[in-house]
Write a protein that binds this ligand. Structure first.
Ligand code: HAM
Length: 420
């Protein structure tokens, strides 16, 4: 038998109900905050990720799915959404529009990781990117949007871990201090970190292997190397978050694993479930240099992405969602071919009037149809028989109370809508 590739998953049954539910909450919240849906390609030129996510990031060094197409072009399955959105913004010259662009996306991403709970090779992210504004009000808006979506999903004990990397000057000052601090300890760090020391020392702070070492615990903090402007900017972001009553903690360890960030960086966790790195539900930050680095104008960007698979894993543990089941509103029952013709019309009519409706499609007898109606949690049964039909009537039965009523066939939809 052919099986699914390692690190991928099939979403079926109750999990797919949860999935659709999360998607609907996400879409509603994005709409309320006035974010526009953007769909970008699942594969892009490999160069895009090398120049944005960064040559020295784990993602580009070890995790991308790269391939050559038949035209010998170097392509990569998208490992994240930001680069594609920024590419689209530049290619379509959307920076020429008078307002900042506020985008949201929801789609599959691909990273060649060692699969484990919450860490897949194909996974889904929903996220936002705001392009063209540097106002701290946007930092507060995107962070609170992420927080409020997770809160709307009834995930408890949320906490935003927030930090700032500051502007380029602050980052350079910090980099120098970090290099000076790390140099005498290089022998104690893992091989990857010794390499990162030469290419991008900030990445060492994000190392999964050395995370618990005393050396990293005592490393200098970005926050102590900010210039006045970066410091003031961060304080303003925190003031806005206080106003919006977002629960955050300033955490100097948050530097994020992608190269494009500056200023505000953040990750969100549920404190009920935060033992491992795979419990980070989402993360993001500002990337004010990226647009220019991708040959665009000097502009601004900020965004975040949440891991859908991690959120679904968490929701499955919440009592509220344990008994979630697909509920069919009406189940239409028939036996003879003549009854089947009526059933076909009635089912169509109910469905087009917004009523979730099902009927038999396996030639089951009435007993089998009653059983299927129960499996589908049908609220109402519409039972057809030739005698009633000859008088233009059908039987509508409440599947819980077992009360039934004969209803004129032309009034079935209105009658059912009245009951639901
Ligand atoms: P990221 O931290 O790489 O950021 O990913 C964001 C979220 O995607 C993670 O917090 C996690 O929930 C989920 N995620 C990442 N990798 C996996 C995986 N292998 N399996 C399951 N879930 C995963 C970004 O991707 C940035 N583009 C976020 C951003 C947007 N920054 C600015 N704008």
């Amino acid at each position: 038998m052919i099986t699914k590739p390692k690190g991928t998953t099939d979403i079926t049954g109750n999990e797919s109900i949860l999935w659709e539910y999360v998607n609907s909450v996400v879409a509603t919240m994005m709409n309320n905050y006035n974010y526009e849906f953007i769909r970008t390609p699942i594969f892009e030129a490999s160069e895009l990720y090398h120049r944005s996510v960064g040559e020295t990031s784990d993602i580009v060094q070890k995790e991308t799915y790269d391939f050559k197409d038949k035209g010998e072009r170097n392509l990569t399955l998208r490992p994240e959404g930001t680069a594609g959105v920024v590419r689209s913004y530049l290619e379509n010259k959307l920076y020429a529009e008078p307002d900042a662009k506020k985008y949201y996306y929801n789609g599959t991403m691909y990273r060649y990781e060692r699969p484990q709970t919450g860490r897949m090779r194909e996974f889904t992210q929903f996220g936002v990117e705001v392009l063209g504004s540097n106002d701290p009000i946007v930092d507060a808006e995107v962070i609170s949007l992420q927080y409020k979506i997770l809160e709307a999903l009834h995930i408890s004990n949320l906490q935003v871990n927030i930090n700032t990397l500051g502007d380029q000057e602050s980052r350079n000052n910090y980099r120098d201090a970090l290099v000076k601090y790390l140099e005498p300890h290089l022998d104690c760090l893992c091989e990857d970190c010794r390499e990162r020391f030469k290419t991008n020392p900030l990445r060492i702070l994000d190392c999964k292997v050395d995370a618990d070492s005393e050396i990293l615990k005592n490393a200098p903090k970005t926050i102590d190397y900010l210039n006045e402007e970066s410091k003031k900017r961060f304080e303003t972001v925190l003031k806005y978050l206080d106003l919006l009553e977002i629960d955050y903690e300033v955490n100097p360890k948050i530097v994020r694993g992608l190269d494009y960030y500056d200023h505000t960086v953040f990750e969100i966790v549920s404190l009920d479930n935060c033992e491992t790195k795979a419990s980070v539900l989402g993360g993001g930050g500002r990337y004010n240099k990226l647009i220019k680095e991708l040959d665009g104008p000097d502009s601004y960007g900020i965004g975040w992405a949440c891991g859908m698979d991690r959120i679904i894993n968490l929701l499955k543990e919440i009592d509220l969602y344990k008994d979630v089941k697909k509920q069919v509103e009406c189940y239409v029952m028939y036996v003879s071919e003549e009854e089947k013709l009526h059933a076909l019309e009635i089912v169509q009519d109910l469905r087009l009037n917004g009523i979730v409706t099902e009927c038999d499609n396996l030639g089951k007898g009435l007993k089998g149809q009653f059983k299927q109606a129960d499996r589908l949690n049908a609220k109402l049964l519409i039972i057809l028989n030739s005698e009633d039909l000859s008088m233009g009537l059908v039987n509508v039965k409440d599947n819980a109370t077992k009360e039934e009523e004969k209803v004129d066939i032309s009034e079935v939809v209105d009658y059912v809508l009245g009951l639901l």
